[in-house]
Design a protein around this ligand. Structure first.
Ligand SMILES: [Zn+2]
Length: 182
């Protein structure tokens, strides 16, 4: 009863105000990542796209990996000079590769896949041919820098090191997606 009494205490504090706090927190995160809102759009299937833009792909990817999405058909996309990166319920993805990334005869060094991210979910769509890439951590063969990038499934891809700008050739032939029934 004491608790109830406290809630009913008269005064301005008992009037609940509609809070913009989640929106303001989100706006702060966007600004701190050096991003700006382009638009929020909805398609006929009910999918919602929150489209942002930013100049720094590494910061965009960091931002996206810290924005967990818990519902289907909800996407955050960041347009960067390094392609459109996004996240959905399955984690980080790159919308599509650029044409120069298929020019495998024109490279500076051999890079390597150094790690998997986000439970490696993007490889499934790439294996089915739904997307033209899956997302991994790669390592520059020239300077050793590691970063996240999209590569083709069981194929060669050119990725550019954000530190030394070397065009690295990545071979994903050893990475096969297998579907298991549990
Ligand atoms: Zn490098």
């Amino acid at each position: 009863m004491a608790w109830f009494g406290r809630l009913r205490k008269p005064g301005p504090s008992r009037i609940p105000l509609a809070s913009n706090e989640p929106i303001e927190r989100w706006q702060r995160r966007v600004a701190e990542a050096g991003l700006r809102l382009v638009e929020i759009k909805k398609n006929n299937q009910g999918a919602v796209y929150q489209v942002l833009a930013g100049e720094d792909p590494a910061r965009a990817k960091d931002f996206l990996r810290k924005e967990p999405i818990d519902k289907e058909l909800y996407y955050i996309i960041v347009e960067t000079p390094d392609g459109n990166w996004g996240t959905d319920i399955k984690g980080l993805f790159l919308e599509r590769l650029r044409p120069w990334q298929m020019d495998t005869a024109n490279t500076d060094c051999q890079g390597a896949i150094s790690g998997m991210i986000d439970m490696n979910q993007s490889i499934r769509a790439a294996a089915r041919g739904v997307t033209d890439n899956f997302v991994v951590e790669v390592c520059c063969g020239r300077c050793g820098h590691e970063w996240i990038d999209g590569i083709r499934y069981r194929n060669l891809t050119v990725v550019r090191c954000p530190t030394c700008e070397a065009r690295n050739l990545i071979d994903s032939d050893g990475y096969t997606f297998a579907e298991y029934d549990y």
